[in-house]
Design a protein around this ligand. Structure first.
Ligand code: SR1
Ligand code: MG
Length: 389
């Protein structure tokens, strides 16, 4: 029988003391700080140290108890964090303790950093975030791929990261619902004409279906699975990627797509004179990802064709094309789907907010439909600049 019970402030403190993470005699306080869509997050502070206790709830917090959700995701998150830390220790928090029955992960406190979405909204630029995130993505993806592990070991690992319920959320909220008049959609009434145009765009729907198939069937590498700017803690010097509960074996282009889509949406929320740092990040993350992936490819590769002329270039071009499409889908769903972004929703001026959302929809659709036309991040940036003129 499962011993699961949702934690309270009191039981969270009792747990960390029982585990010996804090002395019984220590004065310990806790605050529930979870502002995500799915979990409880307790920040626990003692005299000399602090930790984060994260607990999955048996439903999606963003919707309520009417949307039951597997507790398995806490175990997936815990195992993904531990694995990602072996490939990218500088960019992954340390896990101190995990308990599958309680759906709990206790990890390093990152409260000296800020959630990058909030920082970016408040005008921070995080000069190293793109370099660090590009290295994180390249190392975790390459390290868990057929190329690094060999197909047998990779398949064994892949089997342990089947994440059907969380994938189902993405398949619905990112790849399907925004393209139909689905109950989960949520948009401002003033956008109805734009949204109906999108629902009636047969070409867009065909491309969305193709990208959905890629997501459903590819098993390139262990993805983070939800790598938006709310999953990244950052400062001027440090970057930590958190929350890999959506981790599963999927297409190489997915994580970088979500990071860049969220950077573009932040750019849309800014005045023109403040957008350039976001554009630089998008170019940098692609440069760094490409260089690091290439370095790892040449250093450690089990594939007999690895040095066959043109193979790596073809693969990188393919990753770029699929990522451009996934990026467009993320921009669309964050504008009209169930889970929005504060970057766009928080624009106080009605006209500016609607304009930013229309740009997000327009650019999202363009990136989905015309993904094969783009071959570099500077072309993506140029397309955004042109649309905003
Ligand atoms: C019901 S969960 C909604 C969204 O929150 C997560 O962060 C994922 O992005 C998911 O699509
Ligand atoms: Mg999350």
């Amino acid at each position: 029988m499962s011993s699961y019970e949702p934690l309270t402030i009191e039981s969270a403190i009792a747990l960390v003391k029982k585990l010996g993470l804090f002395a019984e005699s220590d004065t310990v306080s806790a605050t529930e700080i979870g502002d995500g869509n799915l979990n409880y997050v307790f920040h626990i502070i003692g005299t000399n140290k602090s930790v984060i206790v994260k607990q999955a709830l048996p439903y999606a917090k963003v919707v309520g108890e009417s949307w039951p959700l597997t507790l398995e995701r806490a175990d997936i998150e815990n195992r993904a964090l531990r694995l990602q830390r072996t490939f990218a220790p500088d960019y992954t928090p340390e896990v101190y303790y995990s308990n599958k029955d309680l759906a709990i992960t206790i990890m390093e406190d990152l409260s000296h950093l800020s959630i990058s979405r909030i920082g970016l909204i408040n005008g921070e630029d995080y000069p190293l975030i793109a370099r660090h995130t590009g290295e994180f993505i390249a190392r975790t993806l390459y390290g868990t791929s057929d190329f690094a592990m060999g197909p047998q070991e990779k398949k064994k690992l892949q089997n342990t990261f089947c994440n059907p319920e969380l994938c189902d959320i993405t398949e619905g909220l990112v790849f399907t619902d925004p393209f139909f008049d689905a109950d989960t959609n949520d948009f401002e009434e003033s956008l109805r004409a734009d949204v109906e145009k999108l629902w009636n765009d047969a070409e867009l729907k065909l491309h969305a279906a193709q990208l959905k198939r890629l997501f459903l069937t590819s098993g390139d590498a262990l993805l983070h699975g939800d790598l938006h700017t709310g999953s990244i803690f950052a400062s001027g010097t440090e970057t930590k990627v958190i929350d890999p509960e959506f981790a599963f074996y999927g297409p190489f282009g997915f994580d970088i797509a979500h990071f860049t889509a969220n950077l573009f949406m932040n750019a849309l929320s800014r005045e023109e004179s403040r957008r350039e740092p976001l554009y630089d990040h998008i170019i940098t993350v692609w440069d760094v990802f490409t260089c690091e992936f290439t370095r790892l490819w040449n250093e450690n590769n089990t594939e007999a064709f690895s040095q066959t002329e043109g193979y790596l270039d073809w693969l990188l071009a393919d990753i770029f094309e699929q990522a451009t499409g996934f990026m467009g889908l993320e921009m669309i769903r964050r504008t009209i789907g169930l889970a929005h972004v504060k970057d766009l929703d928080g624009i106080a001026d009605d006209e500016k907010r609607l304009q930013a959302k229309r740009h997000s929809l327009f650019l999202g659709a363009r990136f989905v439909k015309e993904r094969s036309r783009y071959t570099s991040a500077s072309q993506l940036v140029a397309a955004v600049k042109e649309a905003l003129q």
